[in-house]
Design a protein around this ligand. Structure first.
Ligand SMILES: *Cc1c(COP(=O)(O)O)cnc(C)c1O
Length: 355
């Protein structure tokens, strides 16, 4: 009998739903590079409205929206401040340097969380020896911070400071709607703290492709030039924009289900021998967990899970990552939790703990 696969590697693994595919199949399209794709235009309008910004622009990936944002804020020889574990710094090939001649200044945070007192002395003086500090980038929720929601008041304080100091502030909001679902704070109330905001439709929202960058109309007009430069001008992209539009309209409210399912998984990991949650507070849909005993590696543990149909990602020697999403039900998460528990118990019996 074939094992049923429960894929918890990422919230990017979802399949478009039948209704989403229907919307994509029937989308009105045109050449968007010529500004003639009505579905993309509607997605951009709704994105701007939801985020309370003047305008938004659709792009193929979150990497591109972030890198276009850096490009909007910075010139060659400029620097931006960011948290050490953020996506822009770690997972985008240093594109800010490769594409825009910009340097990053990473600052270590608590699970992705920076406070104003860590930043306020870092803006460099006007001096010919130095790069110019032009921008601060924050990430919410914070992926490598275990899906942590940044505390709103701290973000607001950083925002007030950035504005009074005259530097820009960008949000990598690939999972902003998870932060909205977890806190009840509206997307507009988060995004008003930032000049530019990136969101992903292909993470928790469950669309097959796409991200958007929102901000002032004049900036988004400039972003259109940079998107073309970076190879992101798309023709009849209404086909994929329709999936993103469907996700934005229908899948925001259901993110709370993913968060509830993450709690189910967290409880299973807490009660599994030889495992612990890396970050005890699971706030959204991301969990990091690790082996507490020595001996075996995360790679071996995930292999044993995979044999039983449960897929998770290896993060480091002893650490793994699991995410809940649209394509895993509560029942499947409960089953995954039992499988994780049974593999852990088998190991606890066979491997002498040395920690
Ligand atoms: C996934 C992700 C992105 C964008 O990734 P793409 O794969 O380029 O769409 C950006 N920031 C964060 C925090 C992410 O998790």
């Amino acid at each position: 009998m074939a094992v049923e696969i429960i894929d918890l590697r990422s919230d990017t693994v979802t399949q478009p739903t039948p209704a989403m595919r229907q919307a994509m199949a029937t989308a009105a399209v045109g050449d968007d590079v010529l500004g003639a794709d009505p579905t993309t235009a509607e997605l951009e309008r709704l994105t701007a409205e939801v985020l309370g910004k003047e305008a938004a622009i659709f792009m193929p990936s979150g990497t591109m929206t972030n890198q276009v944002a850096v490009r909007l804020h910075c010139l060659p020889g400029d620097e931006f401040l960011c948290e050490t574990d953020c996506h822009i710094y770690n997972h985008e090939q240093g594109a800010f340097a490769q594409l825009s001649g910009v340097v990053a200044r990473p600052i270590g945070g608590q699970q992705g969380h920076l406070t104003l007192c860590q930043l306020e002395d870092l803006v460099r003086p006007d001096n010919d020896h130095m790069v110019r500090t032009r921008l601060v980038c924050l990430e919410n929720t914070h992926n490598r911070g275990g899906g942590r929601v940044l505390p709103y008041e701290d973000v607001a304080a950083i925002s007030r400071w950035a504005r009074s100091t005259g530097i820009g502030i960008h949000l990598d909001g690939a999972r902003l709607f998870n932060a909205v679902a977890a806190t009840g704070i509206a997307a507009q109330d988060w995004s008003t703290l930032f000049d530019t905001v990136s969101i992903c439709f292909s993470k928790g929202l469950g669309a097959p492709v796409g991200s958007a960058l929102a901000g002032p109309a004049e900036w988004i007009k400039r972003a259109r030039r940079h998107r073309k430069l970076f190879g992101g001008g798309m023709r009849q992209c209404g086909i994929i924009a329709a999936g993103a539009l469907y996700a934005l309209q229908h899948h925001r409210d259901r993110l709370a289900e993913d968060h509830a399912n993450a709690q189910v998984l967290a409880a299973a990991i807490r009660s599994s021998p030889g495992l612990r949650l890396t970050y005890e507070d699971v706030e959204t849909n991301i969990l990091f967990f690790e082996l507490t005993g020595g001996g075996r590696s995360a790679a071996e543990f995930t292999q044993a899970l995979e044999e039983q149909g449960v897929l998770v990602l290896v993060e480091s020697k002893h650490r793994m990552r699991a995410l809940t999403h649209l394509d895993v039900s509560t029942e499947q998460v409960e089953r995954a939790g039992r499988i994780i528990g049974s593999v852990a118990a088998r190991w606890a019996d066979s491997v002498p703990a040395n920690s």
